[in-house]
Design a protein around this ligand. Structure first.
Ligand SMILES: NC(=O)C1=CN([C@@H]2O[C@H](COP(=O)(O)OP(=O)(O)OC[C@H]3O[C@@H](n4cnc5c(N)ncnc54)[C@H](OP(=O)(O)O)[C@@H]3O)[C@@H](O)[C@H]2O)C=CC1
Ligand SMILES: [Cu+2]
Length: 472
């Protein structure tokens, strides 16, 4: 590899009166991201030039055969080879690397893919892209690709079309980047002007974007059930610690799962109540309900995850030893050598109770899995609005009802004989889910649901009054 003097100058790409310079893209840098982008560009018919500090030492072909057609040149030459230049350099090296070649940036579209080094960027308001734009005012800087990994760019051709967020002040430049993005198999999403690039860079820094609150709620719900279970199954019974990791934990995790599932569907139910009270859909939900509504997907997925753990734990330990009431036992009487008669069990079969509990658990798990899968991007994108609503609303509520029946079958008869019902975990963990099911049932009654549909269709009870005020 080396200086590519035989490369055609930029103007030579104008053929037959058509400007085909879109076909040649320059990438500055030869690292992971540069190679991934170069591979994908070459696969899609682009000619790629990579600019390096050490062009003589960079042999891209050794990474992938596709890259044999990629020329590695000096940074200066690479800048001159294309109108669209992708800067695949470490964030803090971009300005210093390009400054000696300022001339070459004039009139160019510079695509900034960089993500900030978290520690260095703390408290710094300006994004990488804005710093580059300030340093090279004669170039059109566009932020793009930073939310994708090099791996996804190079290898992920199968898992649906990924979004590439584009931000920039020059609309023509953004348009070219969007075209390029589409041409190599991604979906461009214009995210706004360059000032929005800070949000794109921050997006990449967030490990758990929308998951913090749902995870905290899950932790609190789990802790409540854990402390109750610890007191109920271990401390109150004076020990039995060896059953804590599996038998007790299974009940604790199951209770956490059903509570989270109920919380997921309770939000929508309360939203319906609020809309009925307000008599309009044009009034904002109170802040707490709004935040709660926005975390339904995460709560549902966490419920699914814990329900799966509960199912596996059940398989691991449900047996006549722990749950004798779920089984019918066939016994034989064996006479011992000294003449005593011993009753020996020879066969266990699930009785009605055991069969119904287990099968209802399987049904609930099955529906919950469909609802969970349908909420994932990639699958959700392929559903029509009607299909999505059917799965999320009907199948979702059916899975909650099946879960309630599953727990009810397991725990209910015991309540009757229990002197202190509030000590029964099965009873306690059903309170919120049962109230949720009842609320959703009431909201589904024809005259109530008709009223809500009317409100959601834009009808207002007090339409003639003064403009609606909003909650703060
Ligand atoms: N890797 C990833 O998955 C992702 C990366 N990005 C962004 O892409 C950019 C490049 O990342 P990546 O390819 O992983 O990084 P690498 O460290 O693998 O590559 C950076 C390249 O930049 C060149 N370079 C120029 N100046 C310097 C310098 N001062 N110090 C080090 N390298 C320099 C080097 O090429 P040469 O030696 O040939 O000059 C080097 O190969 C970063 O801004 C990163 O934030 C964004 C999203 C995901
Ligand atoms: Cu269960």
């Amino acid at each position: 590899m080396g200086e590519e003097t035989e490369l055609a100058p930029l103007d030579a790409t104008k053929e037959n009166g058509h400007n085909t310079d879109r076909e040649r893209i320059s990438i500055i840098g030869t690292g992971n991201f540069a190679r991934a982008l170069a591979t994908r560009l070459v696969h899609n018919g682009y000619s790629v030039v990579c600019g390096s500090r050490f062009p003589d030492r960079r042999d891209l072909a050794k990474y992938d055969d596709t890259l044999t057609v990629v020329r590695v040149t000096s940074i200066d030459t690479a800048l001159n080879q294309a109108n669209l230049v992708i800067l695949a350099l470490p964030a803090d090296a971009i300005v210093s690397t390009l400054t000696p070649f300022r001339e070459g940036t004039v009139g160019k579209i510079l695509v900034d893919v960089s993500n900030p080094d978290e520690k260095k960027r703390e408290g710094q308001a300006e994004s990488n892209a804005e710093s580059i734009s300030k340093a090279f005012p004669d170039a059109a800087v566009v932020k793009a690709f930073n939310t994708l990994s090099a791996y996804a760019i190079e290898f992920d051709y199968t898992s649906g079309v990924r979004n590439v967020y584009v931000a920039g002040d020059d609309e023509a430049a953004c348009g070219k980047v969007r075209d390029l993005t589409r041409a190599i198999g991604f979906t461009p999403v214009q995210f706004g002007r360059l000032s929005k690039s800070a949000a794109l860079e921050a997006m990449q820094q967030e490990l758990m974007a929308n998951w913090t609150a749902p995870l905290v709620i899950t932790g609190v719900v789990f802790l409540v059930w854990f402390l109750f279970g610890l007191w109920r199954f271990q401390i109150k019974r004076g020990g039995d610690w060896e059953r804590l990791p599996l038998k007790s934990m299974n009940k604790i995790i199951g209770s956490t799962a059903i509570t989270l599932l109920a919380l997921c569907f309770l939000a929508g139910g309360l939203a319906g109540v609020v809309q009925i009270i307000n008599g309009t859909k044009y009034k904002r939900f109170p802040g707490w309900l709004d935040r709660w509504m926005k975390m339904r997907k995460e709560l549902g997925l966490l419920a699914l995850c814990l329900a799966a753990v509960h199912a596996v734990m059940c398989l691991a330990h449900v047996s006549p030893i722990y749950y004798p009431k779920w089984y019918d036992v066939t016994t034989v009487i064996v006479r011992t050598v000294d003449g005593a008669e011993v009753v020996v069990p020879i066969r266990y079969d699930h009785n009605w109770k055991g069969q119904c509990i287990m099968s209802m658990g399987v049904v609930a798990m099955c529906f919950l899995t469909i609802v969970g899968l349908a909420s994932l991007p990639g699958i959700a994108d392929r559903l029509t609005m009607r299909q999505w609503r059917f799965i999320q609303s009907y199948l979702g509520q059916f899975s909650l009802v099946a879960t309630v029946v599953h727990v009810l079958l397991k725990a209910a008869p015991k309540w009757v004989s229990m002197s202190v019902i509030v000590q029964n975990m099965g009873f306690l963990c059903l309170i919120v889910p049962t109230l949720t099911v009842l609320l959703r049932f009431v909201l589904a009654l024809p005259f109530v649901s008709g009223y809500i549909e009317k409100i959601r269709g834009g009808w207002e009870r007090n339409a003639s009054r003064e403009p609606t005020q909003t909650y703060m």
